[in-house]
Every structure is written in C-alpha cells, then in structure tokens.
Design a protein. Sequence first.
Length: 256
Amino acid sequence: MKSKPPKYLYNDRIHNKKTGVNFEEALTFHNIELHWHDFFELEIVIDGKAEHILNGKKMEMSRGSFYFLRLTDFHKINPDPCVHILNIKLEESKFSQSILNISSKIDNSTVFKLNEEDLVAVEKLFRLCIAENSLFDPDSKYINHLVDCILIKTVNQLDSAPPPSRPREDTPLQSAISYIDMHFRESPTLSQVSKIAHYNTSHFSSSFHKAMGMTYSEYLNMLKLSYAKELLLSTDLKITDICYECGFTSTSNFLR
C-alpha cells in the first residue's frame, strides 16, 4: 500500500534567520509522515532505532546512523519504538556553495554510520551550536565554523566519488551541475546556470555536453523524469501533481 502524498515543509521551520540554521534535539515516539523541504537537513541518531524510508527505499537506523537530506529528497521515519535524533536544518542562502559541493558526493541509497569516537565529537559540537544559537545575538561566523566541523565529521568523510561521467574535481562546472541537481524542478535556464560557472552560455553549453555526454536540456529532462519515477513508485500523488512537482510546465510535456 502506497503512502500519503508528501507534505512540503517550507524554510519557515528555520527560526533563526540571522544564522540561517536551526538545531533541534528530539525523542520521537510517533511516525513522521512522508515529507520534503526547501532547506537542507542533517539528522543523526544518538539512541534508539527507527525505520527510515528515503526516496522510497527502506533503511534501518540505530545509534550513529545519519543522513543528509537535499532539496529533492523525500522521507518518513517510523520509530521502533522510539528514536533520539539530533537535527540540523540549513538554509541554502546561508550555506549554498558549501552544501552544494557536499551534496554532490552523497549516495542516499545507503545508510551512513559514524563510529563511536566521531559520534561523541559531533554531539559535543552540536551542543555548542545549540548554546550559541540560543543567545539573543548569536555569532554567525562561530556557528558556521561549528557546522562546518560537523559536516566534515559526517558528510565529508564519505568516500563516494562522483560517477565517472561527471567532473571529479570541485570546478566551476561541477558547481553548476550540483546546482542543477538541486534545482531542476525550477527549470533553470542555460543562461542562469552558465552564470554560476562564470562561463558564457556558448562555452558552458559545449563544456557541459563534453563532460556529461548530453545536452543541457536532455540532462534537465532526465532529472525531472527520474524524480517523477520515484514519486510515482513511492507516493499516491496524482499524475498532474507529479508533473508540476517535477518542474514540467504542462501535463502534455510530461506525458510526451
């Protein structure tokens, strides 16, 4: 039986607009229904167990398990019977380039796990973040540095190189491709993405085709169709809703 349609959570869940980041510690006993966000999210399990369903794939979570959710990921959590989680929500406008570079390394089809030493270190960093972020006038630079340390301990330690078809280094082209991967539902134009790479449109188009083996529009449509397939298999969203959620402007373009 398929689950309910995803509930979109907007970034008003990030309460501290100065730092652009929110920290929460939660002991959860109830199921968290299928949803997605327009912010990035890192969650780390420090106690208990849960079934985590990410992009339609079921994974078992326990102490040390963590996941990093991007703008296109949708998930739900079923505690067994409860799970203790550290949660960090990151606003893209504050951490855009850093997060885009990190997100391109992640393969969310598997469960990631911290060893005990790194888990203890991350928990200490997290509590420093909570203490600073709760102040009337928190130090944004200090919090950014603490978050960077947490990301290094978690996401950056993953040895998951980009697929061979993609640029393997942090180049302007890679940054642009990472942006497309996160924002394909918004149908960014070739001109808009070229500016991210600081290339003129013609040079970016030829460089993209050489690196990816397909045109920009072909890659954009491939991402949309792949996402549509995930939503079709994992949710009860109507075809029309899936069409627009994936960035197609009409159902005729989607079904063609």
